[in-house]
Design a protein around this ligand. Structure first.
Ligand SMILES: Nc1ncnc2c1ncn2[C@@H]1O[C@H](COP(=O)(O)OP(=O)(O)OP(=O)(O)O)[C@@H](O)[C@H]1O
Ligand SMILES: [Mg+2]
Length: 616
C-alpha cells in the first residue's frame, strides 16, 4: 500500500548524497567491466584531472538494486573497524574518541577521555553516542570518527590540498547530487590511490569520503545533517561547540568545533551559492532552504560577534501527524474530531482557521496535521516563505516566495502569491505563516467566499492574535475579522514532570463584532491540573452555521464528530501514525466510509467497537 514511491518521496537530497545508495564501493567492485559513459562535460573548466577517466565508472540503477550492502552500510562497517570497541551501555567511556581534530588536523573541545568516570551512555546509534555527563548542564552528543594513523592523516592533508587546486569541476553545475558526489569521489579516490598505492580499499574509501564531505558536503556538520533524530543544528560561533536539538534528549552539546571562521564561512557560502544568494559585510544575514527542504539561517561578523553562525531547522522526512499529536497529549481525539469537522466543512462550509502561538510552539506541525483532513477531492494551494508543509492530498500546488536577487530585483512576496492564488481557482488556500500585507489579502479572500483558508500566526493569546491582525504590517480592517472562524492557541512549555511539552491551550471562535469590539467565544480552555483541554460549554457559532448550511441538527453534527473520533481512536490503538497511512485512511473515509467502518469493526478492540455501535 505504501510502496517505493512514498518512500522515495521522503528521501532527502542530503541523504541521497550521504547514504550513497549507488555507492562508490559498487564502483570499485565493478570497475573496468562496464561500458564507457559519455557525459556533458560543459562544466569542466580544466583538464588537469582526466575527467573522461573519472566519469568512466558508471553506477547504474541496476547495480544499486543488487543484494549487496549499500555504500552506506559498508562504509559504516569500515568506519567502525579500526575502533572495535562497542559502547557498553551504562559504563563510563574508556578511551578518547577519534575526533575530527585527528582527521582534519583541528582541535576538538571534548573527547570521551574528558568524561572518564563521569559519563553514562543514554543512547548509541550509528557513529553517535549520547552521554549524560556529571557537571554538564546538557547531554553530550558525541560523533565518533574513524581513527586515522599519522600516515593516513598526512595523505589526507596532501590529497585534500591537491584535490582543491586540481579538481576544477564546478559542483553547482551538476544538478544531480548523486552524480556530483560520484564524480568527486572518483577523482579523489584516484588521487589517494596514486599517493598511497598500498592502502586497503576500505581505508581509501574513508579518506575519500572525508575529503569529499569537506569539499562539497556540509563538512563537519555532515553527520549531524544525516541524523534524522535531530530537529535543529546550531553553530554558535568559532571555537565553540556546535549544539543540536535532539528529538528525545532536547538540547545537546556536540564534540564538534570549528576552530576558524573560514571553515564555517565555507559552509555558509556553499549554501548561499546553492540558492543564488550572497552573504557578505553588506548583507550579513542569510535565509535559505537546503535542497532537502531544511531551513537554514546564517549570520556573519560583525552582526554575530563570536564568529559566523548557522542554524538549520531540519526537514522531517517523517513528519508528525495528528495521531502523534494525540499521543503526545497536544490534543485529544475529541478535539481532533471537532477540528476534523471544521476543516472538512461537510462539503458546504469549511472553517477559516489560524493556528496561533509562540516560536517553535508547533504551529506549523499542527497546521500540517489539520491539512490532512481536507477532502481529497479539493484543490489545495499552499503558500510559504520556506516550504515546510507536507500534505497527502493529490491535487496540491506548492508556492514559495523568492527573495530579491543580488541586484535587489525579482522578489516575490507572500502577498504576491496570495493574490496570484486567487486567480488559480483554489478550494483551499494555506498560508504557512501570516505576518505581513498578505494577511489583508487573505482576509479579503475569506470575505469574498473563499472558505477553508488556514495558516499560522505568531501571537500569545487569541486576543493578541486579533490585535496583531489589525495592526501594521498586517492591517486587516476590523470589519473583515469575523470571516475568521477559529483561532487555535498552541503553547510550548516546560513541565517538571514531563519536560518540554506542547499543548493546544485554547480554541476560540470569532463570534462577531459588538460595538467596537471583536467578540471571541472560548470553546475550549486548557486545564493545567488535568493537563487537558476542556469544553467551556459555550455553544459554537461555527457548528451552528454548519448545521444551518447542511440542514443537519446539532445532534447529527455530534454524530458526525463521533464517527471521526472512532477513526482517530482506532488509528491510535493500531499505532497507525505515518503521514502516508493516516492520509490513506482519512481519504478512505471520504471515498468509502462504509468500507472503512467495516474494516474498523473487524479490526479493533471492544472499546472502539463499543463506540462504533453507539453511532450506528
Ligand atoms: N505537538 C508537538 N509535540 C512534540 N513536538 C512537536 C509538536 N509540534 C511540533 N513539534 C516539534 O517542534 C519543532 C517545531 O515545530 P514547528 O515548526 O511546527 O513549530 P512552529 O511553531 O511552526 O515554529 P516557528 O515559530 O519556527 O515557525 C519541530 O521540530 C517539531 O517536530
Ligand atoms: Mg512554523
Amino acid at each position: 500500500m505504501f510502496g517505493e514511491k512514498e518512500k522515495k518521496k521522503g528521501l532527502s537530497w542530503i541523504d541521497e548524497i550521504l547514504n550513497d545508495e549507488n555507492g562508490e564501493l559498487e564502483d570499485i567492485l565493478s570497475r573496468g567491466s562496464k561500458e564507457k559513459k559519455k557525459e556533458d562535460l560543459s562544466f569542466v573548466k580544466s583538464e588537469k584531472v582526466d575527467l573522461e577517466d573519472i566519469l568512466s565508472t558508471p553506477t547504474t540503477i541496476d547495480e544499486a538494486a543488487t543484494e549487496r550492502p549499500t555504500g552506506a552500510e559498508v562504509l559504516e562497517e569500515i568506519l567502525t573497524k579500526p575502533v572495535p570497541e562497542k559502547p557498553k551501555p551504562e559504563s563510563p567511556p574508556k578511551r578518547p574518541a577519534a575526533t575530527l581534530k585527528s582527521i582534519l588536523g583541528t582541535p576538538s573541545s571534548t573527547s570521551e577521555a574528558e568524561y572518564d568516570g563521569r559519563a553514562q551512555v543514554l543512547d548509541a546509534y550509528g557513529n553517535v553516542r549520547i552521554l549524560k555527563v556529571k557537571g554538564e548542564p546538557v547531554p553530550i552528543y558525541e560523533v565518533k570518527m574513524p581513527k586515522l594513523t599519522p600516515e593516513e592523516e598526512k595523505i589526507l592533508r596532501s590529497v585534500r590540498e591537491k584535490a582543491i587546486t586540481e579538481i576544477q569541476v564546478d559542483p553547482t553545475a551538476i544538478a544531480d547530487p548523486e552524480e556530483r558526489r560520484r564524480i568527486f569521489m572518483n577523482a579523489v579516490r584516484r588521487m589517494i590511490k596514486e599517493a598511497a598505492p598500498t592502502f586497503s580499499e576500505g581505508r581509501i574509501e574513508i579518506l575519500t569520503s572525508l575529503i569529499v564531505q569537506a569539499m562539497i558536503g556540509y563538512d563537519k556538520l555532515d553527520p549531524l545533517v544525516r541524523d534524522d533524530n535531530l530537529e535543529e543544528i546550531m553553530v554558535i560561533g568559532t571555537n565553540r561547540p556546535v549544539y543540536v536539538w535532539h528529538r528525545r534528549f532536547n538540547m545537546c552539546k556536540t564534540n564538534i568545533i570549528f576552530p576558524t571562521d573560514r571553515e564555517i564561512l565555507n559552509i555558509i557560502e556553499r549554501i548561499a551559492r546553492q540558492v543564488g544568494r550572497r552573504i557578505d559585510q553588506q548583507s550579513p544575514l542569510l535565509d535559505a532552504r537546503l535542497p532537502d527542504g531544511s531551513r537554514v539561517n546564517a549570520t556573519i561578523p560583525p552582526i554575530s560577534l563570536d564568529g559566523p553562525t548557522i542554524t538549520i531547522r531540519k526537514f522531517k522526512k517523517d513528519p508528525l501527524t495528528i495521531i502523534d499529536l494525540i499521543k503526545y497529549g497536544t490534543m485529544n481525539t475529541d478535539i481532533a474530531a471537532f477540528l476534523w469537522i471544521l476543516v472538512d466543512g461537510l462539503g458546504v462550509k469549511p472553517a477559516n482557521v489560524l493556528v496561533s502561538g509562540g516560536t517553535g510552539s508547533g504551529k506549523t506541525t499542527t497546521l500540517n496535521s489539520l491539512s490532512l483532513f481536507i477532502p481529497p477531492s479539493e484543490r489545495v494551494i499552499t503558500i510559504e516563505d520556506t516550504a515546510e508543509l507536507q500534505l497527502s492530498v493529490e491535487h496540491w500546488i506548492r508556492l514559495e516566495t523568492r527573495p530579491p536577487n543580488i541586484e535587489g530585483k525579482g522578489e516575490i512576496t507572500m502577498d504576491d502569491l496570495v493574490k496570484n492564488t486567487l486567480r488559480m481557482r483554489p478550494d483551499r488556500i494555506i498560508v504557512g505563516e501570516v505576518r505581513g500585507p498578505e494577511a489583508r489579502t487573505m482576509f479579503t479572500a475569506m470575505n469574498t467566499g473563499h472558505d477553508g483558508c488556514m495558516g499560522t500566526i505568531h501571537a500569545n493569546s487569541s486576543r493578541e492574535t486579533i490585535t496583531r491582525l489589525e495592526s501594521p504590517p498586517m492591517n486587516v480592517p476590523r470589519i473583515m475579522i469575523p470571516a475568521l472562524d477559529i483561532i487555535l492557541m498552541q503553547v510550548r512549555f516546560h513541565s517538571r514532570k514531563k519536560g518540554t511539552i506542547r499543548r493546544i491551550t485554547e480554541i476560540a471562535e470569532v463570534a462577531g463584532i459588538e460595538g467596537d469590539h471583536v467578540q471571541l467565544n472560548k470553546l475550549y480552555k486548557y486545564d493545567p491540573a488535568k493537563d487537558e483541554l476542556v469544553p467551556t460549554g459555550v455553544p459554537s457559532r461555527v457548528l451552528n452555521t454548519l448545521a444551518h448550511h447542511t440542514g443537519l441538527t446539532i445532534r447529527e453534527l455530534e454524530l458526525e464528530k463521533e464517527k471521526r473520533k472512532v477513526i482517530l481512536d482506532w488509528m491510535v490503538e493500531k499505532g497507525i501514525r505515518s503521514i502516508q497511512e493516516v492520509g490513506y485512511y482519512i481519504r478512505q473515509f471520504y471515498i468509502d466510509e462504509e468500507a472503512l467502518f467495516e474494516k474498523i469493526e473487524k479490526d479493533s478492540s471492544s472499546h472502539v467497537r463499543e463506540q462504533l455501535e453507539t453511532i450506528v
